[in-house]
Design a protein around this ligand. Structure first.
Ligand code: ACM
Ligand code: ZN
Length: 515
């Protein structure tokens, strides 16, 4: 068997050299530290087992199933290794790292493999790295050998996300689960679900069933495929949250307000400024892309409904952050609405921008009262940012927000909008993005991480979504996880190309970028 790794300690620099010669494992994202000792191999065989204590049973079963699928070996889960080689999972309270959670240590020795971490998520990531170390031979029935090595790895940023727009096009539960698997394989950890917009309300709300009775489907006159419509029941969402959590992924739910709210306004026209709302939601290209009708900020019933909705959202989704949208809310209706104008007067606000800020602050207070944090798009800074709110920067605001001590997630249209064509953002351009470029070290401290956004108005079928996301999502996976020195596109490109068969194996209809 070839010796894929030099025997000496590998620094990041030499690791890059090894990777660029493609003699070593083409890990993606690149780990922070990797050492190879003496080039001995571990041969996995029919006696190899995953060994883990009972409290790690879920993690052990996931890893065993994935190893089984990749190697064809039986890969039982056992409590003790009686005979044969062991792939041991160990929770180690001493394995702490500075920075975001998810670090792990992976040691491959002649006698077996040990993955140690402080958390189950760290163990999961160690398992993902192990899967990437399997040789191609595993698929071809040859020896399944892994180089002896030691990896110590940890994420650079806490938020490594993807937003899927489930409103413009309903995304099936099956596709969401696949997406979770794919994100997790490349150590991404946030799936942000855009659950409401003008084209549909997608989450069952017990207290307000009308939202999905009327807001989740288009009129038959539009002839829209049924697969593009519908909603998620509470049971489906609860199960999805659990599925994601076992794979280190947090689902961040987004309920849009005050704009992009036709999904709720068709159900509750009384919450609009005019009371005159279309009878039904309409598909994206069958009407204006932004409607002037937004939630009335002068009506206390608006806040009652949104707060009751958020209470159910908080009950289902354990994420620290709750996303409330806040983008692209035209102010024409508020300007002409007696109730909104009365609110401006009563609250001593200067204008409709401050009314938007009033709206956001009121909602932020409610979310904070439940022990959660609010996050919203750039425009939540309009008229003054609510205390403790975090900003998802798509059209600016990160510099001021971080200066004022607010946390931000970077998802600029320039590099992170994956509904845009590859002609605008290819994998190389995405790889050039660094979320802390142009920020001082103090400001950078408030950057939680980065996120790719996928809006589903143009590409609507799963294969088309796949193509928009892959392979360029891997560029952001590495920029979010690996040390900042990993920035050499030519080196990364070799590892990216080496992942393409893996993408195919995962059933991803990825885009083939011209060479
Ligand atoms: C956005 O793209 N409107 C956040
Ligand atoms: Zn109003």
């Amino acid at each position: 068997m070839k010796s894929p790794i030099p025997r000496s300690l590998l620094s990041i620099g030499s690791l890059l050299a090894v990777a660029s010669g493609m003699a070593g494992p083409a890990l993606l994202p690149m780990p922070s530290k990797m050492l190879a000792s003496n080039g001995v191999f571990v041969l996995l065989d029919s006696k190899t087992a995953v060994v883990a204590p009972i409290e790690l049973d879920d993690q052990a079963k996931i890893l065993a199933a994935d190893l089984r699928a990749a190697t064809g070996l039986p890969m039982p889960v056992v409590r003790y290794a009686a005979a044969g080689r062991a792939i041991r999972l160990v929770l180690d309270p001493k394995f702490t790292t500075a920075g975001p959670q998810g670090g792990y240590r992976l040691i491959v020795r002649g006698e077996g493999v040990e993955i140690a971490a402080l958390t189950a998520t760290g163990l999961f990531y160690g398992g993902r790295t192990l899967l990437q170390l399997l040789p191609r031979a595993a698929e071809q029935g040859g020896d399944i050998a892994i180089p002896e090595l030691r990896i110590e790895d940890q994420p650079r940023f806490a938020w490594r996300g993807l937003m899927l727009d489930c409103s413009r096009t309903f995304q099936s539960n099956d596709y969401l689960k696949k997406t979770i698997d794919r994100l997790a394989f490349y150590k991404m950890n946030v799936l942000h679900l855009h659950l409401t917009d003008d084209q549909g309300w997608r989450m069952e709300i017990k207290k307000h069933p009308v939202l999905t009775q009327k807001g989740a489907r288009f009129s038959p006159k539009y002839n829209e495929p049924t697969s593009h419509q519908g909603f998620y029941t509470r049971a489906v969402l609860k199960e999805l949250v659990k599925y994601a959590a076992l794979r280190g992924v947090t689902i961040v739910p987004e309920i849009e307000m005050p704009g992009h709210s036709l999904g709720v306004l068709v159900c509750r026209p009384d919450l609009s400024c005019t009371g005159k709302i279309p009878d039904d939601i309409f598909p994206f290209f069958k009407g204006p892309s932004i409607t002037p009708d937004i939630l009335c900020a002068g009506n206390d019933d608006t806040f009652r409904l949104m707060e009751e909705v958020l209470d159910e959202v908080i009950e289902i989704f354990p994420s620290q952050f709750i996303h409330i949208g806040g983008d692209e809310a035209p102010k024409t209706r508020w300007q002409a609405c007696p109730k909104c104008q009365a609110r401006i007067k009563a609250e001593g606000l200067k204008n409709e921008h401050e009314l938007q800020s009033y709206f956001m602050r009121r909602i932020e207070k409610h979310i904070a009262s439940k022990g959660r944090r609010m996050i919203g798009w750039s425009e939540i800074m309009d008229g003054g940012l609510a205390p403790n709110a975090a900003v998802m920067d798509w059209i600016g605001g990160a510099a001021e927000a971080t200066q004022a001590g607010h946390d931000v997630v970077m998802s600029p249209t320039s590099h992170c909008y994956f509904d845009y064509p590859y002609a605008a953002i290819n994998a190389e351009r995405a790889y050039a993005f660094d979320p802390v470029d142009r920020l001082s070290p103090e400001q950078a401290h408030h950057v939680l991480g980065l996120q790719a956004n996928f809006w589903s108005h143009i590409d609507r079928e799963p294969a088309c979504v796949d193509r928009q996301l892959f392979p360029r999502l891997l560029s952001l996976a590495e920029r979010g996880w690996s040390p900042s020195v990993c920035r050499d596109w030519n080196e990364f490109k070799l590892r990216l190309d080496a992942q393409l068969p893996q993408l195919a194996k995962m059933g991803i209809f990825y885009y083939r970028e011209p060479q």
